[in-house]
Ligand binder design. Structure first.
Ligand SMILES: [Zn+2]
Ligand SMILES: [Zn+2]
Ligand SMILES: [Zn+2]
Length: 319
């Protein structure tokens, strides 16, 4: 019997300890809940506030969640215009302007009206009067000029060329998120054989409607004096677009003047014969060619006849 009692006592004390533990945990939980402060959402109470647009005063607000009161002194409110005259209508892309009059203060002032943004119909054309902005469709092309200036690189000197871009993914309503392939280029007009040409493919391009596209592919070749009848010397190729592949056959074949080559980290494949016969490429330590770390595949003859001054060993294996 005494043994039973002891056992009962033991169980009882265990229950007591357990319940104590639980209540402590409960308390901790409560304390934690208390540590998370209210993300106040103060709403001004106009009746209790004395500030107006004409004279400074107090501004009383209450949190809509926890009811906390906040009082700010020396506040002047924005005018509450009693009449508004639009002096310049906002368009899809440009801000408008309007003149406001506050009777309480007897003050006139102007403020801008935000641009409206395009409103597209089912045919992809903006329905606002006089706009006619058209959503670009997949497969349509546009030409980008002044590529060098727009990309604002410091080196080397500017050369005029244009890039033909073909839409792969249409941008959203805000003109963002589109992608293009560079499908053509046009060397400096009136090139002579002595002209040095530097080509830069920027990360993003814009069409005439202000839509922005990321360049994700390059599908034209950059040979000169051959199929595209370009004259001049291709000296440098700056690829800043996040492309994964340069797989046009013999893309730069026999560009014997090409000495500056910048490739993006995204590049995974350099195709067959890509830089074949670019004898000056990587020959000078001044212009080292750095191959992207993520490169997975180098096509047959991609660097044929290229003698790097400093070359990663594995290139010779892949050549
Ligand atoms: Zn609150
Ligand atoms: Zn006022
Ligand atoms: Zn529009």
């Amino acid at each position: 019997m005494a043994k039973m009692k002891r056992k009962l006592k033991k169980i009882l004390s265990l229950v007591l300890v357990l319940s104590l533990c639980m209540s402590m945990m409960g308390m901790t939980a409560f304390a934690q809940g208390d540590e998370n402060p209210c993300e106040h959402d103060f709403v001004v109470n106009l009746e209790e506030s004395t500030a107006t647009c004409a004279q400074s005063g107090t501004e009383v607000s209450y949190c809509s969640k926890c009811g906390e009161k906040q009082v700010r002194a020396d506040v002047i409110l924005d005018h509450e215009p009693t009449s508004v005259t639009v002096t310049k209508q906002a368009t899809c892309t440009e801000k408008g302007e309007e003149t406001c009059y506050c009777e309480l203060c007897d003050v006139s002032y102007t403020r801008s009206i935000p641009a409206l943004g395009h409103q597209y119909g089912e045919d992809g054309v903006c329905i606002r009067e006089g706009c006619g902005h058209t959503l670009s469709s997949v497969g349509s092309s546009f030409v980008v000029d002044d590529v060098w200036e727009k990309s604002n690189p410091s080196q080397p000197k500017f050369d005029t060329f244009t890039l033909t871009c073909t839409v792969r993914t249409t941008p959203d309503e805000n003109g963002q998120g589109g992608t293009v392939a560079v499908t053509g280029w046009n060397g400096k007009e009136g090139n002579t054989t002595s002209t040095n040409v530097y080509i830069l493919i920027p990360e993003t391009v814009q069409d005439d409607n202000g839509n922005t596209y990321t360049v994700t592919e390059v599908t034209c070749n950059f040979q000169m004096n051959t199929s595209n009848q370009k004259k001049g010397k291709l000296m440098g190729f700056y690829l800043r677009a996040p492309v994964k592949e340069l797989t046009v056959n013999s893309m730069f074949a026999n560009q014997t003047n090409l000495q500056i080559l910048q490739l993006p980290d995204t590049l995974e494949v350099i195709g067959v014969g890509c830089f074949s016969g670019c004898t000056r490429l990587g020959a000078q330590e001044k212009y080292p060619v750095v191959l992207p770390e993520g490169l997975k595949e180098i096509g047959i003859g991609a660097f044929k006849k290229v003698n790097f001054a400093k070359q990663p060993r594995w290139i010779s294996r892949h050549r």
